[in-house]
Design a protein around this ligand. Sequence first.
Ligand code: NDP
Length: 313
Amino acid sequence: MPATHHTKVLIIGSGAAGCTAAIYAARASLNPIMVHGLQPGGQLTITTDVENFPGFEHAVKGPWLMEQMEKQAANVGTKILHDTIMTVDFSKRPFTAVGESGDTYTADSLVIATGATARWLGIPSEKKFAGFGISACATCDGFFFKGKEVVVIGGGNSAVEEALYLTNHATKVTLIHRRDSLRAEKIGQERLFKNPKVAVIWDSAVEEFIGTENPNSLTAVKLKNLKTGAISELKTDGAFVAIGHTPNTELFKGTITTDADGYIVTTAGSTKTNIAGVFAAGDVQDKIFRQAVTAAGTGCMAALEAERFLAGH
Ligand code: NDP
């Protein structure tokens, strides 16, 4: 039988932003409810080693880190529910949300922490080597390619930034782009073309990721020149897929202000959205930094801002 839950703070999403918002809201005695969503724990649950989240001497596993964050949120008093929010009504307070379970959530304030999803090429071999040579985050995994050769796939700002970042670690970075010009900002392009460690392969698509099995390890990419149809193979130790992210904002379409790419717009230096009492934290409102630690930081901000909002109402 569907239930109705009321809370002072409803947190949608359970990644680093959601869990941190939950920890802060619970410690402020706001009895928050955190609704897991489709990917409990968020993007960190699909990474392997995490070496840049402060507090750990050695690398920790992404899924383990998220398990800890969730347990911490629960221990301090967050009610965590395995549900996925399907509809929200921001037109009046308390806000109303309905889950896939049929349960209704009413909330005096709301934190959106639904994250973003990295876009993948979608070819079968990509899954096989994800985490075993293929990554979607250079800042997270670049370090593991010290002294090695890598490729970056994509032609936008992310691809260019990732390629430049990877030159700090790798001996050679080859950018593979499907067209003959990049869509990244000119200043980034200039830096990229000037860098002696960078090579660019134009008009080409990755047809297949090639590697060894048991243990899985990427060794090469099979390329197709989209103009000539020519097939070639390029040896590589790592591949970074940087073809964009999709913010998980489908649920809020038409109800909250987003930018042209679908990211929720927040006031500078704040997590406030255009709706009073609704805050957004983590990758759903951040297309620049996209780090677990920045997501956690904005999750903290959202809880503190929700607390202030509730105190004023
Ligand atoms: P973009 O959508 O800007 O670029 C994606 C790139 O990937 C494009 O070059 C596109 O090719 C290519 N691509 C898309 N799908 C495929 C595919 N299936 N196969 C091969 N290539 C593909 O995404 P970004 O993540 O780079 O940027 C998203 C937004 O975030 C942008 O607005 C960007 O400016 C912003 N951003 C800002 C940063 C900053 O200010 N520091 C840093 C990073 C991002 P094609 O060009 O042919 O379409």
